[in-house]
Design a protein around this ligand. Structure first.
Ligand code: CP
Length: 302
């Protein structure tokens, strides 16, 4: 894994996921170490972010690395017409690793091909979000004590949800039963469903949220993403499809936990936050430890 880019969750094997998760457990116990003091981490965010960028920067800072980059491409020379290739070639001269978020699918793969330093995909359009996937796996293992033999329900925008695509693919390495709840317009893409079938696993599709409440070990809520719709009328039709409230949790399994990559808009009401099933803010905290594990592994410090 040393010096290797992470673009898609399929770039790592099951053994490699587990190695990152085990190392993240070590960082959770001891997050402040001077392991990366010789390194510079660049964070290039061409699309908005709170958790991914700041948890990467926190992870790097707590391990002693220097952090450079931008959170708004309009403050970089991209606004003068510089190409992605030229930006990457330049930043690779200033840093030891590049963490990049970009609105275009495939941009992270392209960046990894032109860069002389490893590139970590922090989300490329509606395609992949592999580091979110690893922190999701970490959160599932932490709350359930295992990754095999679980019923995982995905709710909301399964079509454009890059976190969903990455996590479904990763969970195909474990004995998962998938429950897919979405409006008809936002079903999981066929290529991801084919991946489930290729791994001899089962998925069930629903349009109503109550249908999965008693079965699920994990409910993975997602936001209907306004920014992925080219037609605002289509967004208006589906934007309030699923709203999870505390009152809906009465018959869920005792071990059930709610995950959400965040940000949320209105799909989980605030009364859920104080229930024992709410795990999404701890999930976001887990992102620091998982990203410490990734940086330390790729930079060869672990
Ligand atoms: N989960 C996630 O990607 O959140 P941000 O968009 O805030 O980084």
């Amino acid at each position: 894994m040393k010096n290797r880019s992470l673009v898609s969750i399929n770039d790592y094997t099951k053994a490699e996921y587990l190695k990152i998760l085990d190392l993240a457990e070590e960082f959770e116990k001891n997050p402040k170490q001077n392991l990366l003091e010789k390194f510079v981490v660049a964070t290039l965010f061409f699309e908005p972010s709170t958790r991914t960028r700041l948890s990467f920067e926190s992870a790097a800072s707590q391990l002693g690395a220097k952090v450079i980059g931008f959170s708004d491409a309009t403050s970089s020379s991209v606004s003068k017409g510089e190409t992605l290739k030229d930006t990457i070639l330049t930043v690779a001269n200033y840093s030891d690793i590049i963490v990049m978020r970009h609105p275009k699918e495939g941009s992270a793969r392209f960046a990894s091909e032109v860069s002389k330093v490893p590139v970590i995909n922090a989300g490329d359009g509606g395609n992949q979000h592999p580091t979110q996937c690893l922190l999701d796996l970490y959160s599932i293992r932490k709350t359930q004590g295992k990754l095999d033999d679980l019923h995982i329900a995905f709710v909301g925008d399964l079509k454009y949800g890059r976190t969903v695509h990455s996590l479904v693919m990763a969970l195909c390495n474990f004995n998962t039963t998938f429950h897919l709840v979405s409006p008809v317009e936002l079903k999981l893409p066929s290529y991801v469903k084919m991946h489930i079938k290729k791994n001899n696993l089962n998925y069930f599709q629903y349009t109503e949220l109550p249908d999965i409440m008693e079965t699920a070990d994990i409910i993975y809520m997602t936001r209907i993403q306004r920014e992925r719709f080219s037609d605002p009328i289509e967004y208006e039709k589906v934007k309030n499809s699923y709203i999870l409230t505390a009152g809906m949790l009465t018959n869920c399994k005792p071990n059930m936990r709610i995950l959400h990559p965040l940000p949320r808009v209105n799909e989980i009401t605030e009364d859920v936050d104080s229930t024992e099933q709410a795990y999404y803010f701890t999930q976001a905290l887990n992102g620091v430890y998982v990203r410490q594990a990734l940086l330390a592994t790729i930079l060869g410090a672990k």
